[in-house]
Design a protein around this ligand. Structure first.
Ligand code: FAD
Length: 394
């Protein structure tokens, strides 16, 4: 490691020691998740303090240029920052679809005006974004989407419906795929629009999940007026933007899951170990070791892949991260429930600890990892075609 990078590490470590509040180094309960947005609530005031301090450093988006709210770090510095945050179990300061998905796409493909208008607010968590891709008739076959946008003089009029729109009822704005040409081949009639969910004609209906929470909505648009300047890219050229954003989504989902375990499985299993011997069942222990090694190995692979492209988007290999991480997280959930024995039935009430309830709900939530952001089957198809160059079987 270079001396420069070493002194950066020393600097980061000292800053974090001083500025990361103690409560931000503990596992994060759901209600303290820092989603930001116009209606952000901070149950724990330290969450706000931590967010504000990280915003000031530009470290909510460390690699973005300073003029858009970032710190202009190179990939090696950004990785040092990540490692130091991880070392003290620091909570993520800002959870944001803007940071993970829309921001990188705007940096690459937005106009200068769009960058200046949207990126600083994303970096500061002022606007909470959601993703309007899937529709009742368009999931894996995303290009079959039918939400319509008619082009008027200086605006679009949007009609249709999106489904599985995560956090739509809590979000402020949406990045949305719309059909602007119904006669063109399906990939060539799609445009990429940004609009405020407070606009007239937007309705959001929450849908309940297996875990009991209501993570997402069906979202309806009835003559929603969207200013022309909110179009990203050209009319009818939204498909390539859509695909690029999906790569950023897969990269961030893979990376987030890889780093997101508050409790290491081995520590969890120890809490439920045989009360006489204090030992974990040897078979379970070896499966936990394997899972932990796979997760660590994937983390190292992700770091190396990111260094190889110097922090820019990873392209098709993000599908590898997404598929592998969905699988690893599924296994983690199963192992956690197995290790917990009867506590693996935890749902609510005083018979179970909050951690037990969180683990069980996390296991159920994890079931969606192989669906959200593109299913594992679709990502395996991408790996086969784009990375391995295998022939199409059809
Ligand atoms: C927790 C969660 C959050 C989500 N958040 C959002 C969001 O914020 N915004 C948004 O727009 N969407 C969101 N989605 C939707 C998600 O992107 C879709 O569910 C996903 O793309 C799959 O589409 P589908 O549900 O219509 O399934 P389908 O496309 O109907 O697929 C059904 C099954 O068929 C398989 N399949 C389909 N086509 C093929 C093929 N060509 N080859 C092999 N197998 C195939 C699939 O893998 C799957 O197993 C979310 C989903 C979940 C679970």
């Amino acid at each position: 490691m270079t001396t420069e990078l070493n002194s950066f590490r020393v600097e980061v470590r000292a800053w974090l020691e001083q500025n990361c509040p103690a409560s931000m180094r503990t596992p994060m309960p759901d209600e303290e998740t820092p989603w930001g947005g116009r209606n952000a609530k901070f149950v724990n005031p330290d969450t706000k303090l931590w967010l504000d301090r990280m915003i000031d450093k530009g470290w909510t988006v460390p690699m973005w240029p300073q003029e858009y709210g970032g710190a202009g770090l190179g990939i090696e510095q950004a990785q040092v920052l990540e490692q130091e945050l991880e070392r003290i179990n620091a909570r993520i300061p800002l959870m944001s679809f803007g940071v993970w998905m829309l921001g990188p796409v705007l940096l690459e493909l937005g106009t200068e005006e769009q960058k200046r208008r949207f990126l600083p607010d994303i970096a500061k968590g002022k606007i909470r974004w959601c993703q309007g891709y899937s529709e009742p008739g368009a999931g894996s076959d995303l290009a079959g989407l039918r939400t319509k946008a008619e082009i008027k003089e200086d605006h679009f009029v949007v009609n249709g419906s999106k489904i599985w729109t995560s956090e739509a009822d809590q979000s402020d704005w949406i990045f949305c795929l719309v059909r602007t040409d119904f006669d063109a081949p399906k990939h060539q009639g799609i445009s990429f629009l940004l609009f405020d969910l407070e606009s007239d004609g937007v309705e959001r209906q929450p849908i309940k999940l297996i875990s009991g929470t209501s993570l997402f909505c069906q979202t309806f648009f009835d003559d929603v007026k969207v200013p022309a300047e909110n179009l990203v890219g050209e009319v009818n050229a939204g498909w390539s933007i859509a695909k690029r954003l999906l790569q950023y989504e897969r990269q961030s989902v893979g990376k987030f899951l890889n780093k997101s375990f508050d409790i290491q499985l081995h520590d969890l299993a120890l809490q439920y170990a045989d009360s006489e011997t204090g030992k974990i069942d040897p078979d379970l222990r070896s499966r936990i070791a394997l899972q932990t090694m796979q997760n660590e190995a994937l983390g190292l692979l992700i770091e190396r892949m990111e260094r190889d492209v110097d922090g820019s988007g990873l392209g098709a290999p993000t599908s590898v991260m997404k598929v592998a991480m969905a699988d690893i997280n599924h296994k983690r959930g199963e192992l956690a429930i197995e290790a917990m024995g009867a506590a693996g039935l935890a749902w609510e009430g005083d018979d179970f600890t909050q951690e037990e309830i969180t683990e069980v709900k996390g296991w159920l939530r994890g079931k969606a990892n192989s669906i959200e952001g593109g299913t594992s089957e679709i990502n395996l198809n991408i790996i086969a075609k784009r990375i391995l160059g295998l022939p199409d079987p059809r």
